[in-house]
Design a protein around this ligand. Structure first.
Ligand SMILES: NC(=O)c1ccc[n+]([C@@H]2O[C@H](COP(=O)([O-])OP(=O)(O)OC[C@H]3O[C@@H](n4cnc5c(N)ncnc54)[C@H](O)[C@@H]3O)[C@@H](O)[C@H]2O)c1
Length: 253
């Protein structure tokens, strides 16, 4: 069945990959993003595939979030699903002794409060269609490199927000999370931000039990499943899509 899906941070990276995947399968998509240049480019590139609309929205802005969800229903007549994907995606910050409160707060506001605000204002629309929310967390909710406290905490928060919402909203609205590992999004950025294509090394790929670094479609396929009626008995879960990296035991030689 064709669905109407709202994807935050959908103008670039994994969100853009999810938007394309859903469009190719006959769904209608609204992407919201702070980056208007990327949003316009995305509509240019993907608009031929199917019904796609871009709305400039900062997910920290409650009024704008609420308004854009109303606009989505005005445009397409209904709302079936939300992908909470927008984030400050670079996990690294200063070391803990010197990190500013403002930097911590910025990451939490975008990565955790944003999905809360979007969920809050999407729920009245989603309830009408037995809709679904998919939150994009990270394997960094489960394991860390140094100097990534705000990002890791925001993603751990998303996993907890997911089961809390799932229990509050079931059975009317299903809520699940996806925790991606390393997904190569360099070619999914807006043109002006695309890096020259330096191929990833054989070592980058081979360290993954899957034999390769992840692609946006790896995440998109799970997102599409979680949005579908086929996932009707799947509630409050966190699906790790990381090519097996968090299942691999690593000791130094
Ligand atoms: N790429 C990875 O390896 C990876 C791994 C694990 C988790 N993730 C998660 O996947 C999601 C997408 O990551 P990505 O790598 O595609 O990132 P990206 O930076 O390529 O894309 C993120 C998009 O979100 C938008 N955005 C940022 N702040 C926003 C705001 N306040 N309001 C609205 N839009 C905003 C950006 O403009 C951008 O278009 C994020 O939640 C990230 O944490 C990514």
């Amino acid at each position: 069945m064709s669905q109407v899906i709202y994807v935050t941070g959908g103008a670039q990276g994994i969100g853009k990959g999810i938007a394309r995947y859903l469009l190719e399968r006959g769904h209608s998509v609204v992407i919201v993003d702070v980056d208007e240049e990327a949003g316009a480019e995305c509509v240019d590139e993907l608009g031929e595939i199917g019904p796609l609309h871009f709305l400039p929205v900062d997910v920290r802005d409650e009024r704008a979030v609420k308004h854009s969800l109303g606009q989505t229903v005005d445009l397409f007549g209904r709302l079936d699903g939300v992908i909470n994907n927008a984030a400050q995606a670079d996990p690294f910050m200063d070391e803990i002794e010197s990190v500013d409160l403002a930097e911590w707060q910025r990451v939490i506001d975008i990565n955790l409060t944003g999905p809360f605000l979007v969920s809050k204002h999407a729920v009245p629309h989603l309830r009408q269609n037995r809709g679904a929310i998919v939150n994009i967390a990270s394997t960094r909710a489960l394991q860390s490199e140094p100097d990534t406290e705000a990002y890791a905490a925001s993603k751990g928060g998303i996993v907890a927000l997911t089961h809390a919402l799932a229990i509050s909203l079931g059975p009317a609205v299903r809520v699940n999370a996806i925790s991606p590992g390393w997904i190569d999004v360099r070619q999914w950025q807006k043109r002006s931000a695309r890096q020259p294509t330096e191929a990833l090394s054989a070592r980058d790929h081979q360290q993954h039990p899957a034999g390769h670094v992840g692609r946006p479609d790896d995440v998109a396929a799970m997102a599409a499943y979680l949005l579908s009626q086929e996932a009707g008995f799947v509630i409050g879960q966190n699906f790790v899509i990381d090519g097996g990296m968090t299942r691999k035991m690593i000791y130094a030689d």
